[in-house]
Design a protein. Structure first.
Lengths: 211, 211
């Protein structure tokens, strides 16, 4: 497998391929041509060939792609077969939604703890986990070595929390707060989900289209 | 104000400018140079000048940007001063998080209804709204003409729901489901939030960086 110099825009498309291929598998399909895949995904066939060639190319001329094989390969490229330990910090509405809504196992993660600073929430059971006191983050990390933290806390608490987590060996973050982690920790691995920004972009598009 | 031919990548950055400027306002700052703004936002100064020039340019040579003015202008470009009526379909964990977590008013939206198909949830009060039966979507839309719908439902129900909403005059969607709205409604205005894809991208990045 060649994984060198692959642009983030290609990587960004891989989850979508993965989801589409999963659906095709569920439909019982075994192979698909790049043309058919392109129609389903609304990408050009040459785009698809180009994307998948980045990883060495899976298709056979005149046969198309073996769906199960391609699905497994993309899953492996995305490293979805791991079991990296994850914690969620913040058990408000967003933390609850993330903990209950996401199938972590499917993506190679394993949720091992949920934390909150609010005594009224600590001790509650969410998604099978007793919410722990955020004050115990440091000792928890020392004992269980989580690899990634999901930040579902307001911006004003995020800086202190990331400091503790970073000192405890966590360098990967799924960040729902508006705290700019990379600004303070340039070497961290960060994926931001900025719901506000998404809503503002939609607002703009609606205005442009006269919705 | 010139708003022609602005690329989506510039538009995508505007919410971030807007958030940053809001923080500066809170800090009591009145003006900022593009260099200072660039350091804070980790964009190049020339990138910032280029972005803001798309809209006619706000800065004055040697003075910098008037923060309140720029903030208001970007808010106006993003049309955050409207009060477009919005409904949420799906009152599960995700719908609850979205309804309670987002400050719709701040972004020019007004939440007017939450819907679910589950009788056990219908009638419950969430974020100040009694959850309505999804069966009543059509008549609700006829009466209150919401302009945008937030889809917090599983993919398998999304197709039917979007059909009803589309027939009821809604053409804008904030889509948390994996249903491909644009595939079936190419003229719709859609902003997708694909949490699964984001998590998969993070998985890839973690693997690349050896986290």
């Amino acid at each position: 497998m060649q994984e060198k110099n692959i642009s983030m825009s290609v990587i960004r498309r891989l989850p979508r391929y993965y989801r589409f291929l999963e659906e095709l598998l569920k439909e019982g399909m075994e192979k698909i041509s790049s043309r058919e895949l392109s129609e389903r995904m609304r990408l050009t066939a040459s785009q698809i060939r180009q994307d998948l060639n980045c990883f060495g190319g899976f298709g056979q001329q005149g046969y198309g792609y073996n769906i199960a094989e391609l699905h497994a390969e993309i899953g492996s490229i995305l490293h979805l077969n791991g079991d990296r330990r994850v914690i969620i910090v913040g058990a408000g509405n967003l933390g609850r939604a993330v903990s209950s809504h996401l199938d972590f196992k499917r993506f190679g993660f394993k949720l091992i703890g949920i934390f909150d600073r609010d005594p009224a929430v600590v001790g509650e059971k969410i998604a099978g986990h007793i919410v722990r006191d955020a004050k115990t983050l440091r000792e928890f990390c020392a004992e269980y070595s989580p690899k990634m933290a999901i930040l579902c806390i307001p911006r004003e608490f995020a800086g202190d929390t990331v400091k503790v987590l970073s000192e405890s060996g966590i360098s990967a973050f799924w960040n729902f707060s508006h705290y700019d982690i990379l600004g303070d920790y340039p070497n961290a691995t960060v994926e931001n989900v900025h719901l506000n920004d998404s809503l503002m972009a939609l607002s703009y598009e609606m205005e442009q289209k006269g919705c």
